[in-house]
Ligand binder design. Structure first.
Ligand code: ZN
Length: 190
């Protein structure tokens, strides 16, 4: 079932996610709904906050993007990222490494806003999946970017927080308008 994607200005996007101690049927349903929502919106990642739940849970699938490659290693051995998708990451922990890399980034909570964001180029991740199995991998390229973007969401950090000051100035009016629109819509709902 497709869920409503929360937009910038919704306070849930600023909430740090609570740890998930047990994958209940409700969490399983939420994961399935998050995939439906992400695929429908043509996104490569979606965090629980973006559908209104402040939890340490995100889903990622980079298969839709062909022009920006991803790399992945498991236990030090290169694997084809396509064979590992989609990813369900519960209570993830990340360690950043590599040279920083600047590239375009967007977010489903910020429709039509795309900006260059600088991030470390590589990441080591450990998490558990929906079956309670441990996942750990090293990622580069688009996947490293997606992992960092989604991990940030789980801490209540948004990609605009990673923008350079000039870029942020450039988007200031647009961001304010989006936030005002979201807040007005939330008020109406109450
Ligand atoms: Zn996002």
């Amino acid at each position: 079932m497709k869920l409503e994607i929360r937009k910038y200005g919704d306070p849930v996007l600023r909430q740090k996610g609570a740890r998930i101690e047990k994958v209940t049927p409700e969490i399983k349903k939420l994961i399935a709904d998050m995939f439906d929502t992400m695929y429908e919106a043509h996104g490569v990642g979606l965090a629980a906050q973006q559908v209104g739940h402040a939890l340490q849970l995100t889903v990622i699938d980079v298969r839709g993007i062909k022009d920006r490659p991803s790399t992945m290693q498991i236990n030090g051995k290169p694997v084809d990222p396509e064979t590992q998708m989609p990813l369900v990451l519960i209570n993830p922990e990340v360690k950043l490494s590599g040279e920083t890399f600047t590239g375009p980034e967007g977010c489903l909570s910020f429709p039509e806003i795309f900006a260059d964001i600088t991030r470390p180029g590589e990441v080591d991740l450990t998490a558990t999946d929906e079956k309670g199995h441990q996942i750990s991998f090293h990622a580069g390229g688009l996947l490293a970017k997606a992992v960092q973007h989604e991990f940030d969401h789980l801490q209540g950090i948004l990609f605009i927080d990673r923008m350079g000051s000039e870029t942020k100035r450039e988007f200031k009016a647009e961001l304010e308008a989006l936030s005002d629109e979201t807040k007005a819509a939330l008020k109406k709902k109450k």
